[in-house]
Design a protein around this ligand. Structure first.
Ligand code: HEC
Length: 139
């Protein structure tokens, strides 16, 4: 009897953990897929189909170290644009201008999930909640 209860709880726990994981997986796929469409319409013109950038004008999105270090600032970059800021991307200096966007926090989360998990990056999901938190702290 005792064994049955314990194994029952074990099974329940296992199910719970399993379903949580697949829920995360579903969220990731949903964000990533919608993010790729946001990227194509709002970012690709400048940053390129494969995030390769354009010569000395547009920085590539392939610098994982930069993206990791500046993770909390990425939402601010997209919402408010970038101006008069020297960025070192893949060891090259960029001092261009990126326009602001009218994307909602959920769309920013989606496009960030896309770029931080494409082009050789593998940083996991960025949620709309995370984006809202980050936007509240933009400098
Ligand atoms: C009109 C061209 C343009 C568009 C459109 C644009 N960017 Fe940028 N982006 C730039 C430039 C130029 C910089 C570098 C600014 C600097 O040097 O200070 C930049 C910098 C960045 C950076 C930080 C540097 C890097 O390469 O990692 C990220 C991240 C980024 N953009 C993501 C995006 C995303 C996501 C979108 C779409 C929502 C987007 N950009 C749309 C031109 C653009």
């Amino acid at each position: 009897m005792k064994f049955k209860v314990i194994s029952g709880i074990g099974l329940l726990l296992a199910l719970l953990i399993f379903s949580c994981q697949s829920e995360d997986e579903i969220t990731f796929k949903r964000y990533y897929t919608t993010g790729s469409i946001v990227y194509q319409t709002k970012c690709q013109n400048c940053h390129g189909k494969d995030g390769q950038g354009l010569l000395a004008l547009m920085p590539p999105l392939t610098d994982t170290a930069f993206l990791k270090t500046n993770k909390a600032a990425l939402a601010c970059f997209i919402k408010y644009g970038i101006k008069g800021r020297l960025l070192i991307i893949n060891n090259k200096p960029f001092e261009g201008e990126m326009p602001l966007t009218d994307l909602a926090p959920i769309e920013i989360a989606e496009v960030l999930t896309y770029i931080t998990n494409s082009f050789g990056n593998n940083m996991g999901v960025v949620t709309a909640q995370q984006v809202s938190n980050d936007l509240a702290k933009c400098k």
